[in-house]
Design a binder for this molecule. Sequence first.
Ligand code: FES
Length: 94
Amino acid sequence: MSGIPTSDVPVDGGKVIVDARVVITQPAQGTFKAFTAICPHAGCEVTDIVQNVIYCPCHGSTFDASTGARIAGPTPTGLTPLSVTVSGGTISVR
Ligand code: FES
């Protein structure tokens, strides 16, 4: 997946690309991360990224927006990291 403008991804926040089932975050200015957006607990798609925490709406699991690691909730594991490249103001994820 490519062509996501960096300006679509707020610092300390992020953006869920629903069709691609990917969540992109910017945990520090100019640092972009991406993870699969599917919660390992029961397969819901994460929805919100606030102050570097990714939230799953179904049962309240939370994940670190820098690493994808589990913070709390029923999820047994974190979100799987994906490879991110930034070029010319757009983001590509593999
Ligand atoms: S599916 Fe995400 S917390 Fe249950």
